[in-house]
Ligand binder design. Structure first.
Ligand code: ATP
Length: 264
């Protein structure tokens, strides 16, 4: 088994001539938590959408677990274990927290909305759903309608419904965006916990989160890879510091200066 689980080579995305992602090479190590960071407009979201197959690259290839997935669809790669949060895991606001997770489990098992399952299978969903809720510290919320959850807890529920798909690799798009400090700490601990035995790729603006979570970081700027390495290495890199300071200094902090960049 190769050490690299997800690889991008020469990944490029043009929007009517504008190059949003340019010749990006990425190698994500199996079992690692990998952060994708960069100033506003760096191409993080575009790159994330390419890797999760929500966008088709103009050029380049993506290999997952030794298999070329460049031309596969999001649902196809999800079946291979490469799952993006909020993909199939949209949270239904009028269903309870527990019902949302059970529904995600049901879909994972291939049954769309079949209500013909035997009682024993349904009970199995119950048990597994409660385990997942315990994993994300939502046990006490199981009967609450998802729409009534506080924001941070809603993101935790989204992670639970993603976990219901039993991902080998999870891709999280700004898991802490818009959160209070307390919620950020909780999500960081949660991602750390659920990353055991998995690979995680996350796009994140909050550099404190990246520092605390990521084994490896790729910094993008103007669509290109500017630096890669652990937090200590990339935050000391003068090109990285210049890229952060070179954007809007009022809204984006240098990694070493403030620990947190503004959300664009
Ligand atoms: N569908 C699109 N059509 C045209 N241009 C696009 C499209 N999507 C993204 N872009 C452009 O590509 C560049 C990179 O955008 P992207 O959203 O990937 O950056 P980002 O690093 O995620 O930014 P942010 O931190 O602000 O979320 C931006 O200049 C953006 O305007």
């Amino acid at each position: 088994m190769s050490d690299t689980i997800l690889k991008a080579e020469g990944l490029t995305k043009e929007f009517r001539g504008f190059v949003a992602v340019k010749d990006v090479n990425l190698a994500i190590r199996r079992g690692s938590i990998h952060g994708l960071i960069g100033p506003n407009g760096a191409g993080k979201t575009t790159c994330f959408n390419l890797l999760t197959k929500f966008l088709i690259p103009t050029r380049g290839t993506i290999t997952y677990d030794g298999r070329d997935i460049t031309s596969l669809k999001p649902a196809e790669v999800a079946r291979l274990g490469l799952v993006r949060s909020f993909q199939i895991s949209a949270v239904f606001p009028h269903l309870t927290v527990l019902e949302n997770v059970k529904l995600a489990l049901q879909r994972q098992r291939g049954g769309s909305f079949d209500f013909w399952r035997s009682d024993s299978v349904l009970r199995e969903y119950d048990t597994r759903a409660r385990e997942l809720l315990a994993d994300v510290a939502l046990t006490e919320y199981e009967r609450v309608q998802a729409g009534q959850l506080p924001y941070g807890r809603k993101r935790a529920l989204e992670i639970a419904t993603t976990l219901a798909l039993d991902p080998v690799m999870m891709l999280l798009d700004e898991p802490t965006a818009g959160m209070t400090h307390e919620d950020v700490d909780r999500i960081v601990a949660l991602v750390k916990r659920v990353s055991a035995g998995r690979t995680v790729l996350l796009v994140e603006h909050n550099l404190k989160v990246v520092e605390g979570l990521c084994d490896e970081i790729t910094v993008l700027a103007r669509g290109e890879v500017l630096a890669q390495g652990n937090y200590a290495t990339v935050s000391r890199n003068p090109d990285v510091q210049a890229a952060y300071l070179g954007t809007d200094p009022a809204s984006v902090g240098a990694p070493t200066a403030t620990g947190e960049a503004a959300h664009g």
